[in-house]
Ligand binder design. Structure first.
Ligand code: ADP
Length: 375
């Protein structure tokens, strides 16, 4: 097993002959990252941001145009996937449908003329690792298995070869919602048990949070931020990361800071605590507040923002709901107590300890609350 390091990795794609005069696309733009041995790193970002390209470069399915890929201290930039010892799981299972699970797993040993003893031993060890009920799946023909079961066989087929690095590209995105939830719990349990360095690619932030020890956020070929969920949530590097991580998303209001007063829209003003007023530039800014970062009242308060509630979304696991609406033309979501749902209006004041500020005309973070000490 090994750590994975990318140093200044650049990957170009050329749009093709028909578009010969257009510039090459930077699939990856100067990526630097380190995945310590045994860590699961989730990679998340919108479609086309370079997630799969990153995975392919780590796998050896694509070679970087610039920079290096290291497994431990070894430069593998020019080494084929077979020689890197990577295990890959994709959303289409790429299993042999008419073979049994067991034969899908043992195929590698046959092709590589490995001994019968080694094969049997590895199959036994893998079945044990995969847990209760897996031997049953090994005996069944793949095309009789459910999506989740196929994915377990797909994972086992990788594990049986003892990969250095495990690469998963949207492995459960074609399962239905219920099965996806169950399968992601199962995959997470297995990844913890295997302790293999893993890159887990998904476009779904919830899945990225659930799977990853840390999360890498990508956009247009660049790494925007890499950190734990708490770091991304409470100390986002910029507005893009702040908006991507969190559901419902952070509310972003255009404001003007005048001395220590924050003007919101035409009519409302809020007094900013001194330490914040002194650390922020005067003039136009963006104030951002997460749903749980509002102090909520039913009646107008001396300093509060009136929100017409357009929709209430019950939080079934909490005695609370999300109230969705608009303030100064911007969509806003706030957590409200469960006895609020009939309210047509709510009055919101930012809890300044939980407020974020960004520049008005750039995504730069000017103030973020930082990771709270929860325990
Ligand atoms: P993601 O996995 O995040 O959806 P990709 O890594 O597949 O994104 O793609 C990143 C960018 O590189 C996109 O703009 C995509 O169109 C481009 N790209 C990916 N593969 C190729 C290719 N083989 N040829 C040309 N462009 C490509």
């Amino acid at each position: 097993m090994s750590s994975v390091t990318l140093e200044h990795v650049v990957k170009f794609y050329y749009p093709g002959i028909a578009a010969a005069d257009t510039k090459p696309i930077k699939g990856l733009n100067d990526i630097n990252l380190h995945i310590p041995d045994g860590e699961t790193l989730s990679v998340v970002g919108p479609s086309g941001c370079g997630k799969s390209t990153l995975l392919k470069v780590i796998a050896g399915l694509e070679y970087p145009d610039e920079g290096r890929v290291l497994y431990n201290d070894l430069d593998v930039s020019k080494i084929t996937p077979q020689d890197r010892g990577v295990g890959m799981v994709f959303q289409d299972y790429a299993l042999y449908p008419t073979k049994e699970g067991k034969n899908n797993m043992s195929y590698y040993f046959e092709v590589h003329h490995r001994s019968q003893e080694e094969k049997e031993q590895r199959l036994r060890e893998t079945a044990e690792l995969m847990g209760i009920g897996f031997e049953m799946l090994m005996g069944r023909q793949v095309d009789t298995l459910s999506g989740g079961e196929k994915q377990r066989v797909g994972i086992a087929r990788c594990i049986v070869r003892e990969p250095n690095v495990f690469l998963m590209d949207e492995p459960i995105s074609n399962l239905d919602a219920k099965l996806r939830e169950r399968t992601r719990t199962e995959i997470r349990r297995l990844l913890k048990k295997f302790g293999i360095t893993t890159l887990y690619v998904t476009h779904d932030q919830q899945e990225a949070i659930f799977m990853g020890d840390r999360i890498a956020v990508m956009r247009t070929g660049s790494l925007e931020q890499l950190g734990t969920f708490d770091e991304l949530y409470y100390s986002p590097a910029n507005l893009f990361v702040a908006s991507l991580i969190g559901s419902p998303p952070i509310s972003v209001l255009p404001v003007v800071l005048d001395q220590n007063m924050v003007r919101v829209g035409e009519h409302a003003s809020l007094t900013l605590p001194d330490h914040l007023a002194q650390s922020l530039p005067q003039g136009k800014l963006r104030l951002a507040v997460r749903p749980e970062g509002w102090l909520v009242a039913r009646e107008p308060q001396p300093e509060s923002l009136e929100m017409n509630v357009s929709r209430i979304e019950r939080l079934f696991t909490e005695r609370a709901a999300f109230a969705h609406g608009e303030i100064a033309g911007a969509p806003v979501s706030a957590v409200v107590p469960l006895d609020f749902p009939e309210a047509k209006k709510v009055y919101l004041t930012p809890d300044w300890q939980r407020a974020y500020f960004f520049a008005a005309d750039a995504e730069t973070a000017l103030f973020v609350p930082g990771v709270p000490e929860l325990f």
